[in-house]
Each structure stands twice: as structure tokens, then as C-alpha cells.
Design a protein around this ligand. Structure first.
Ligand SMILES: Cc1cc2nc3c(=O)[nH]c(=O)nc-3n(C[C@H](O)[C@H](O)[C@H](O)COP(=O)(O)OP(=O)(O)OC[C@H]3O[C@@H](n4cnc5c(N)ncnc54)[C@H](O)[C@@H]3O)c2cc1C
Length: 327
């Protein structure tokens, strides 16, 4: 077994320096994804930088919005009264993720950066362009029932697994990061990359760059938001399809809409065509049907996952009706 150095700095600058100094270092938060990947031989870092001693946990109300420290446990996010009351889609999405025990360990930062559940990615002996660039994508000609219908490429069709990320996308959340040379504020909408010809690059983050917080701005649509996840069993399962919507409805007219999808693309997927249908319309059955269809207009399903197209329409129909109820 190759040697593995374990370090637990208590200072942000030191954590970043330790991670940046070793190209094979890996940050460790709750460890609920990293430890599984280590055990399965998918990840082989030379250094683990445990960030749990950093003072970046907790939820603060700031400028009418919320700042959620990257080390805040998912269970604490879901329990927070301001999250439940003002950003309900996030509370729903967090409670739909994993199990209570996992949510007690898993952090917001780790949830955003968890790796795909594609079985080929997680099996180190099969070809996978994301794990071992240039080896091929086993899913394209193999088992791809759970794979992407939107945003995939001929190199990778794995889907992004995070439930909270889908809600954060619909709520216009911004990720605050810190590296040794710069601090950045990256909208969740810009954080994730599509696979294209480099599926191994999943986000804009640089090696060692630390997420310090996720900020939820005060918006006119956050309070009327919800998240719905459809999965193959009632709990402890990743999404087949999920959707987060957030609406600003005044006088029966939708002023602003956000629609995000999970389980269907290599990143949390913003359904802008659906948003365009909703914007300026009355919340009628016809509007909902048109928005649900627009969301999958560009879908490119494969033989085994064509069912996801209709499932997206049905999930969106239900979640839009729920968020839109009450005029
Ligand atoms: C059995 C099981 C079922 C699950 N079901 C679901 C589910 O239904 N829905 C769902 O959304 N998730 C699910 N998960 C995934 C779980 O939510 C993630 O494993 C968890 O959110 C990761 O958080 P963590 O703090 O444990 O991250 P870690 O495992 O510690 O880290 C994950 C990644 O994030 C990086 N990282 C962590 N924090 C930071 C930071 N602050 N800055 C920069 N990089 C960072 C790490 O380097 C690593 O690459 C499941 C997991 C398991 C094991």
C-alpha cells in the first residue's frame, strides 16, 4: 500500500498551502464520499488534508440572505429555521439526500463536490475517461439506464449526484472560495463544467482551492421554492430525476422562475427553456405542460434511459403545481 500522509491544520491558510503544495493531496471534510473512494481504490492521494478543525461551520443571516459555512453538516442545514422558512427547496433537497446518519457527517462543501455514482467510475478496473482520461467511456455502450440525457458528451455520460446542489442552483446560490493567491465568489450556475473532451475536470475550482461558504441571496423567488426527487426506493437512494423550482408570482403572473434538474446531466442542470416559458405567464395547466416539455426539448436519451424524458416532464409538472399553488 502506498504511504498516505494525514494532516489536520486548524488555520485556513495552512490548509490551502498544504493542499496546493502536493498535486496529489485531497481535502477531507465529512469523509462520506472520500473514504468510500479510497477504500474502492478510485482515489489514491498521497496526502489527506482534514479540514474539520477550520472555523468554517454554521449558518449566519447576512444581508437578508444566508451564509452557510462549508463545514456545516447537512443535518444542521435542514434543521435551521431560516432555511426551512425562507429557502424551503434547500431544506427539502437536503432531507432527500442519503440517510440521517450520513447527513450528520456530510458537509455542504462536500455535497457540492461529491463524485458521480456512475458504476464504471467507481470500479477501478473498467475504462472510464473521468477516472482515467483516455481509457474510454464504458457506459456509452454498456449499462446506462441511470445516465445523462442532457449535457453528456462522447467521452462521458455520468450524472452529477448531489440533491442539495440542484436546490442551490435554483436559489441562485454563490460559492465563496479561497486559494493562496485569490478569493472568489462563484455562482453555482458557473461552478460546474460539462464533460466535453475533458470529463476529468468537473468544476472551475483549482487544485487545493477551499470552499469556505455557500451564500444564499435574498431573492423574490426563494420563499416559494420546492424540490422533488424520484428514486427507485423511498430512502437512501440517489435521484433518477429530481427538480427544484423557485417562483415569484404576483397577481397570478409568474415574474421570475428558476428551474433546475438533477439525475439527468453531468452537472446540476438549469432548464432555461422552461424558465422562459414560465416567465410572464399565468400558472395554468397549459403553462406547466409547456414548461415541462421545454425542459427536455434538447434531451438526447439513449436506449436504456429514454424513460427519463417522460419522468422529467412528470416530476416538473408536479413540482411546478406545488410551488405555484396559491396564485
Ligand atoms: C450510501 C450513501 C448514500 C448517499 N445518498 C445521497 C443522496 O441520496 N443524495 C445526495 O445528494 N448525496 C448522497 N450521498 C452523498 C453524500 O451526500 C456525500 O458523500 C456528502 O455530501 C459529501 O460530503 P462530505 O463532507 O462527507 O465530503 P467528503 O467526502 O469529505 O469530500 C467530498 C469531496 O469534496 C471535497 N471537499 C469537501 N469539502 C470541501 C471544501 N470545503 N472545499 C473544497 N473541497 C472540499 C473533497 O476533497 C472531496 O473531493 C450518499 C452517500 C452515501 C455514502
Amino acid at each position: 500500500m502506498a504511504p498516505l500522509e494525514y494532516l489536520r491544520p486548524s488555520d485556513e491558510g495552512a490548509a490551502i498551502a498544504l493542499a496546493e503544495a502536493d498535486g496529489r493531496a485531497c481535502l477531507l471534510a465529512g469523509g462520506t464520499d472520500v473514504v468510500g473512494l479510497l477504500k474502492d481504490g478510485v482515489l489514491a492521494p498521497s496526502r489527506l488534508v482534514d479540514i474539520n478543525a477550520l472555523p468554517i461551520a454554521g449558518v449566519e443571516i447576512r444581508d437578508g440572505g444566508l451564509s452557510i459555512g462549508a463545514l456545516t453538516r447537512l443535518s444542521d442545514v435542514a434543521d435551521h429555521p431560516a432555511v426551512r422558512g425562507r429557502f424551503p427547496a434547500l431544506a427539502h433537497a437536503v432531507l432527500a439526500a442519503a440517510s440521517p446518519q450520513l447527513r450528520n457527517m456530510a458537509t455542504v462543501g462536500g455535497s457540492l463536490l461529491q463524485r458521480t455514482r456512475c458504476g464504471y467510475f467507481r470500479d477501478p478496473v473498467t475504462p472510464c475517461n473521468k477516472r482515467a482520461p483516455g481509457t474510454g467511456c464504458s457506459a456509452i455502450d454498456g449499462e446506462h439506464r441511470l445516465h445523462a440525457i442532457l449535457g453528456g458528451s462522447d467521452r462521458c455520460i455520468a450524472v452529477h449526484p448531489s440533491d442539495p446542489a440542484v436546490a442551490l442552483l435554483a436559489l441562485d446560490a454563490v460559492v465563496r472560495t479561497r486559494g493562496s493567491r485569490k478569493e472568489r465568489a462563484i455562482p453555482v450556475d458557473d461552478l460546474y463544467l460539462l464533460p466535453g473532451s475533458t470529463p476529468e475536470r468537473e468544476t472551475l475550482l483549482e487544485h487545493g482551492e477551499l470552499i469556505v461558504a455557500v451564500e444564499l441571496p435574498a431573492t423574490s423567488f426563494a420563499a416559494r421554492s420546492c424540490y422533488l426527487k424520484v428514486r427507485e426506493r423511498a430512502s437512501f437512494e440517489f435521484a433518477l430525476v429530481s427538480a427544484a423550482v423557485a417562483l415569484d408570482v404576483r397577481g397570478g403572473v409568474i415574474r421570475t422562475a428558476r428551474v433546475a434538474l438533477g439525475g439527468v446531466a453531468p452537472r446540476p442542470w438549469r432548464a432555461r427553456a422552461a424558465e422562459a416559458v414560465l416567465r410572464g405567464s399565468r400558472m395554468t395547466e397549459a403553462t406547466i405542460a409547456a414548461a415541462a416539455s421545454a425542459a427536455v426539448r434538447d434531451a438526447r436519451p439513449r436506449e436504456q434511459n429514454a424513460f427519463k424524458v417522460e419522468l422529467v416532464r412528470r416530476v416538473l409538472t408536479r413540482v411546478l403545481a406545488t410551488a405555484g399553488a396559491g396564485g
